[in-house]
Design a protein around this ligand. Structure first.
Ligand code: SAH
Ligand code: SF4
Length: 349
């Protein structure tokens, strides 16, 4: 039997063609889209304005959920929860929901594993398995949207900061953003999305040209090439000067400030002179620096910076007038860091 069509892989027009190919009128696609993205229904039988016989045909040929939750861990008094999902082929990914005052952010994965191999990252250490499809990316958001709906709440932000490098899976990732942005359905505004990249320069330039302008976060972690070559190995292909130029173009083109992520690793990238280098590198850029104490992983001996080193690093940035925040580390106790739940399960812990 042919594999069922995952309906969340399809944008409005594609869903319409699919519906028509089944001999149904185009307006039925609109009804389906509404059920999936507005009513957040995941069962064809609940689609009560569709004829019963067509609902049966839909269930035979299509599916709405590609993810099966295997495990959920909760921390921060219930404010952060992380779910491990099994995909249709048995692979697993993680998604995190973070609740803040007035905001609910879903941190989603774009790939199973990651080929870039940053040494401090649990996902990077597990290697690359495959790209996610558009629907597998969309479904992560819908899963939490359904959960929140039960509390009369909704997803307010989506960040592509889970497993994988979103710009190495550009088409599927962008397809998911377009679907979730579509006002006829989920309708999440483009400003509510943030794409985080290790610094794939051609991908950043392509993102700048897209129809919608989304937030861009760049995982910098070092302000000199020698260190960044080690921490974020894709730097060997796209060194800092090219990366900063691309970020500059992104900010100029979209009018949006770029976020630079900087994981503070004890005695590796957190000295006052390294803070100076960072300040110099970003001088005059429309940007914001997010400082995050490293979330230690089992595969790597790096440790988070001591509090004193964090404070002196920040002091330098403040003196150089580089806008920055020290990010409240969420979910340390549940290993909410990228890829950590998955690697724990794989190692049978
Ligand atoms: N591949 C993309 C997006 C996923 S990683 C990227 O690298 O940007 C999301 C963020 O988590 C990145 O900023 C990454 O550097 C950071 N990260 C990964 N492992 C971490 C760890 N152990 N501690 C702190 N931040 C980590
Ligand atoms: Fe990949 Fe991002 Fe992890 Fe680096 S930090 S290995 S780019 S997921």
């Amino acid at each position: 039997m042919a594999m069922k069509v995952l309906l969340t892989d399809l944008a409005w027009d594609q869903l319409t063609s699919w519906v028509e190919s089944l001999g149904e009128p185009a307006y039925r696609a609109g009804q389906l889209f509404g059920w999936i993205y507005r009513s957040l229904v995941d069962d064809f039988n609940a689609m009560t304005n569709l004829p019963v016989s067509w609902r049966q045909q839909l269930a035979d040929l299509g599916m709405i959920r590609s993810l099966r939750p295997l495990d959920t861990v909760v921390s921060d008094n219930g404010l952060t929860s992380k779910t491990l999902f099994e995909l249709r082929d048995g692979q697993t990914i993680e998604t995190v929901l973070m609740r803040y005052e007035g905001r609910r952010t879903v941190c989603i994965s774009s790939q199973v594993g990651c080929a870039i191999g940053c040494p401090f990252c649990a996902t990077g250490q597990s290697g690359f398995t495959r790209n996610l499809s558009t629907g597998e990316i969309v479904d992560q958001v819908l899963y939490f949207a359904r959960q929140l709906k039960g509390e009369d709440l909704s997803v307010t932000n989506v960040v592509l900061m889970g497993m994988g490098e979103p710009l190495a899976n550009h088409d599927a990732m962008w397809g998911a953003i377009e679907i979730l942005n579509d006002r006829r359905g989920f309708g999440l505004g483009s400003r509510r999305f943030t794409v985080s990249t290790a610094g794939l320069v051609p991908g950043i330039l392509r993102l700048a040209q897209e129809r919608l302008s989304v937030g861009l976060a760049v995982s910098l972690h070092a302000a000199d090439n020698a260190l960044r070559d080690r921490l974020v190995p894709v730097n060997r292909r796209y060194p800092l000067s090219d990366l900063i130029t691309a970020c500059h173009q992104y900010a100029a083109h979209t009018g949006r400030r770029v976020t630079f992520e900087y994981a503070l690793i004890n005695e590796i990238n957190d000295s006052p002179s390294q803070a100076e280098d960072l300040g110099q590198l970003l001088q005059g850029e429309l940007c914001h620096v997010n400082l995050i104490p490293l979330n230690p992983t089992e595969e790597c001996e790096y440790q988070p910076s001591s509090r004193a080193r964090v404070l002196s690093f920040r002091r330098v940035l403040n003196r150089m007038a580089v806008p920055n925040t020290l990010r409240l580390e969420r979910g340390m106790d549940i290993k909410a860091g990228c890829g950590q739940l998955r690697s724990r399960r794989r190692s049978g812990e």
